[in-house]
Write a protein that binds this ligand. Structure first.
Ligand code: NAP
Length: 295
C-alpha cells in the first residue's frame, strides 16, 4: 500500500510556483495577487482562509484579506458584500479572488458566485467556468477536483480506462471531478459513476471501483467491505470530530475508515495531509494562471 502524501506534494508544487514567481519578477512581470473575502467568524472558514494567506506567502504572491462582520444580531447587508465584489472585479491589481464559503444563511451564495468576474473566479465556481470545464475548454477548475487530478498524476496513477466511483455529487467536489475525469485526454478518459444519498446498493457499486473517491462528509463511512482489493482510495472528507485530548477540542476525520481500508488498497490518501493541502495549492495555481492570462 502506498500512502499518497498530499502535504509533501503540495509543498513541492508551492516551491515550483515560488520559482516561477521569482522568474516573473526578474522579467518585470507582476507578482500574482489573490484576495479573499471572509464574512463572519466561522471556525472552519477562519482556518481555511488563514491557510490560503499562508500559502500565498509561501508562493511569493501578494494577498489581501477583506473581513466583513456578520452576526445574528447584526447580519451583513448583502449589498455591502456585492459592493466589495464589485471593487475587486474592477481592481486592476487583483488577479483573482474568492469569497470564502459557506456564507451566512441570509446571503444568496449562488448570486455571490455569479457576481464574480469569471476571469477572476479562481475558485472555479462561476457557471461560465463550470460550463467551460464541462465541454473541456480552458477554465479555472474547481480547486479540490483539480488537486485530486494533480495528485494522481504526480503519483503516476493513470485514470485512463479506469472505473472511477465518486460518492458525493456536490457542485464543488463530486460533479466537477466527474466532469474532469470523463473528458478525453491525459489524466482523464475514465469511466465515471457518481453516487449520492439516493443511490441504491451503494457498497456493490463502490466495490467495482478501480479508483474510489469519498466526498460525503460522513466520518468513517467507507469500510473495508466496500473497497475492492488493490483499489486506489481518495478521501476528500474533512469533518471536525470532538476530541477532548486535543488543544483545539476536535480532530479532522476523513470519510474512510483508514485503519481497516488502507491494507486493502494499492494507494490511499490520509486525512489530514491528503486532498486538503492539494486544494489550497490548486487555488495558487489558478491564481498564477489568472496573472498569466492578464499579462
Ligand atoms: P456536500 O455538499 O455536503 O455533499 C455531500 C454529498 O454526499 C451529497 O451529494 C450527498 O448526497 C452525499 N451523501 C451524503 N450522505 C450519503 C450517504 N449516506 N450515501 C451516499 N451519499 C451520501 O459535501 P461537499 O461540500 O462535497 O463535502 C464533502 C466532504 O468533503 C466534507 O467533509 C467536506 O468538508 C469535504 N471537503 C474537503 C475539501 C478538501 O479540500 N479536503 C474540499 C471540499 C470539501 P445528496 O446529494 O443526495 O444529498
Amino acid at each position: 500500500m502506498q500512502l499518497i502524501d498530499g502535504k509533501a506534494t503540495a509543498a513541492a508544487i508551492k516551491a515550483e510556483i515560488a520559482q516561477e514567481v521569482e522568474a516573473r519578477k526578474n522579467a518585470g512581470l507582476k507578482v500574482p495577487h489573490l484576495a479573499a473575502i471572509l464574512v463572519g467568524h466561522d471556525g472552519g472558514s477562519e482556518t481555511y482562509v488563514a491557510n490560503k494567506v499562508k500559502a500565498c506567502a509561501d508562493c511569493g504572491f501578494k494577498s489581501t484579506l477583506i473581513r466583513l462582520e456578520s452576526t445574528y444580531e447584526a447580519p451583513l447587508d448583502p449589498n455591502v458584500l456585492m459592493a466589495e465584489i464589485d471593487k475587486l472585479n474592477n481592481d486592476p491589481d487583483v488577479d483573482g479572488f474568492i469569497v470564502q464559503l459557506p456564507l451566512p444563511k441570509h446571503i444568496d451564495e449562488q448570486a455571490v458566485i455569479e457576481a464574480i468576474l469569471p476571469e477572476k473566479d479562481v475558485d472555479g465556481f462561476h457557471p461560465v467556468n463550470v460550463g467551460r470545464q464541462s465541454v473541456g475548454l480552458p477554465c479555472f477548475h474547481s480547486a479540490t477536483p483539480a488537486g485530486i487530478v494533480e495528485l494522481l498524476r504526480r503519483y503516476g496513477i493513470s485514470t485512463a480506462g479506469k472505473r472511477v466511483v465518486i460518492v458525493g455529487r456536490s457542485n464543488i467536489v463530486g460533479k466537477p471531478l466527474a466532469a474532469m475525469l470523463m473528458q478525453k485526454g491525459a489524466q482523464a478518459d475514465a469511466t465515471v459513476t457518481v453516487c449520492h444519498s439516493h443511490t441504491p446498493d451503494l457498497p456493490s457499486i463502490m466495490r467495482q471501483a478501480d479508483i474510489l473517491v469519498a466526498a460525503l462528509g460522513r466520518p468513517g463511512f467507507v469500510t473495508a467491505d466496500m473497497v475492492a482489493d488493490g483499489a486506489v482510495v481518495i478521501d476528500v472528507g474533512t469533518t471536525r470530530v470532538p476530541d477532548a485530548s486535543r488543544k483545539s477540542g476536535f480532530r479532522l476525520s476523513g470519510d474512510v475508515d483508514f485503519e481497516n481500508v488502507a491494507p486493502k488498497c494499492s494507494a490511499i490518501t490520509p486525512v489530514p495531509g491528503g486532498v486538503g493541502p492539494m486544494t489550497i495549492v490548486s487555488l495558487m495555481l489558478n491564481t498564477l494562471q489568472a496573472a498569466k492570462n492578464r499579462d
